[in-house]
Design a protein around this ligand. Structure first.
Ligand SMILES: Cc1cc2nc3c(=O)[nH]c(=O)nc-3n(C[C@H](O)[C@H](O)[C@H](O)COP(=O)(O)OP(=O)(O)OC[C@H]3O[C@@H](n4cnc5c(N)ncnc54)[C@H](O)[C@@H]3O)c2cc1C
Length: 416
């Protein structure tokens, strides 16, 4: 009896030891796998091509550097360096874009421009020059190939040797770019209303200085159009011109750009009020010109010249109020099978408005907020499943950016 129980005890101990050994082996295997996977992920690198060295393409290149997952970075732009850095338009960067760019190494203390509140105003060429210089400093971290004056074409694609194909291509070639078609990606757009109406004007004055200038905003403007036969009896105001409505919401005006290239954006929430209906359907194009003329003189800075009948011909503007529409690409990220390349489309190449808010660059930068994670996921992907998951996350983010702008963008950039 005693012998039998001793035998049982021995068997039990043996089974326990066997189970412990198996568990240890499984744990060791799992730990080794995690460690090897960690090493693989740490070492994983992709090569990346950015098409377009506009503000968005340059920022995308800096995101690629920061990801630490890019071995070779190529940046192409059809424009030569002088044309790229001489772009005179002003851009306004909001607080969110400033935070995003600072994290990429952009130093606003060393950038020509001016501040008003939480916004920074500079010229697009100056901004691009700074981003390019920050990028050039990353040569120690990765292989960098900047080719200005080089267009991305069928011919360029044909000349890339199969072994040199970049794993990731970021297309940021602006509103007129055709690079995605070169890659066989559909250029179909969805066009959706932003539930607002607007009109734009531009005033070019070669006698003025091209210095960054803060924007001016005026809200709840009401235009008295009785001189054009629009019944304004409900307002009780007789004079022609513009007034600030104390109670009901009216138009929102923004004056921006440098003193030389002054731009104006006039917008209002979509409504069917008499004035809105009249301005949307009038055939008399001088009415809109009068509105911009008077608005400019009423709200311009004190130090810039008034617009008068002699200078008015420099003013170009929309003929009537139009519905503000957002066009965004149906395909913003794709996988090119065979070449094993993923493509994302960013900036104005991906989404743009038919209305200039003066904050277009910020909208373009929002799409890049998911790019670092995307580059990491593609560089460390083990199989196509990982690639497709990364692509769907990028596409979801891109759709979210467009939807957020459609819901709140006009409000945040013009109405506030
Ligand atoms: C007159 C004007 C005034 C503006 N004012 C303002 C403002 O006040 N505030 C504001 O925020 N925004 C303003 N904008 C908008 C702003 O310029 C854009 O939002 C911004 O430039 C978009 O950046 P992006 O990098 O997407 O495209 P882009 O700046 O258009 O850059 C695209 C680049 O791709 C290059 N490219 C195109 N095709 C190819 C190819 N096949 N191969 C290689 N390279 C190619 C182009 O040469 C270009 O350099 C203004 C725009 C204009 C035209």
């Amino acid at each position: 009896m005693e012998k039998a129980s001793e035998e049982e005890e021995r068997c039990g101990r043996l089974a326990l030891a066997l189970a412990a050994c198996t568990l240890l082996a499984v744990l060791l295997h799992a730990a080794l796998k995690v460690a090897l996977d960690g090493v693989r992920r740490r070492r994983a690198r992709a090569s990346l091509l950015v098409v377009g060295a506009g503000p968005v393409g340059l920022a995308a290149a800096l995101v690629a550097v920061r990801s630490g997952k890019v071995l070779k970075l190529t940046l192409l732009d059809a424009r030569c360096r002088a044309a790229l850095l001489g772009r005179p338009q002003q851009i306004a960067l909001d607080a969110r874009s400033l935070g995003f760019l600072r994290a990429l190494g952009v130093d606003f203390d060393n950038l020509e421009g001016c501040w008003r509140g939480a916004r920074f105003y500079t010229k697009i060429g100056v901004f691009q020059e700074h981003l390019l210089s920050v990028l050039e400093q990353s040569r120690r971290q990765l292989e960098l190939d900047i080719r200005l004056g080089t267009k991305f074409t069928d011919d360029f694609v044909r000349k890339i040797a199969a072994s040199e194909w970049p794993k990731i291509i970021v297309v940021a070639d602006g509103s007129c770019g055709e690079s995605s078609s070169v890659l066989g990606i559909s250029s179909d757009y969805l066009v959706e209303s932003c539930n607002a109406y607007g009109a734009n004007a531009a005033l070019e004055r070669p006698d003025q200085r091209q210095v960054p200038t803060p924007e001016i905003q005026a809200h709840n403007l009401y235009f008295d159009l009785s001189a054009y036969g629009v019944d304004i009896s409900s307002s009780g105001k007789e004079s022609l011109g513009l007034q600030q409505a104390a109670t009901r919401p009216g138009f929102h005006l923004k004056i921006y750009g440098t003193f030389r290239n002054r731009y104006m954006a006039l917008a209002c929430p979509a409504s069917d009020s008499k004035v809105v209906r009249f301005l949307r359907h009038t055939l008399n194009s001088s009415i809109m010109k009068n509105i911009f003329h008077q608005s400019f003189n009423a709200y311009k800075t004190d130090i810039e010249p008034r617009m008068n009948d002699l200078t008015r011909h420099h003013l170009q503007c929309s003929r009537r109020l139009f519905e503000i529409m957002l066009s965004h690409r149906k395909v913003t990220a794709a996988f090119i099978e065979g070449d094993n390349v993923v493509v994302t489309i960013e900036g104005e190449a991906a989404r743009m408005l038919n209305f200039d808010t003066g904050c277009g660059v910020n909208f373009g930068l929002r799409g890049l907020e998911s790019s670092e994670e995307f580059i990491y996921r593609i560089a460390t992907a083990v199989d196509q499943n990982d690639i497709f998951e990364a692509l769907s996350a990028k596409i979801r983010h891109s759709k979210q950016v467009a939807e957020d702008f459609r819901q709140n963008g006009i409000f945040a950039t013009v109405f506030e």
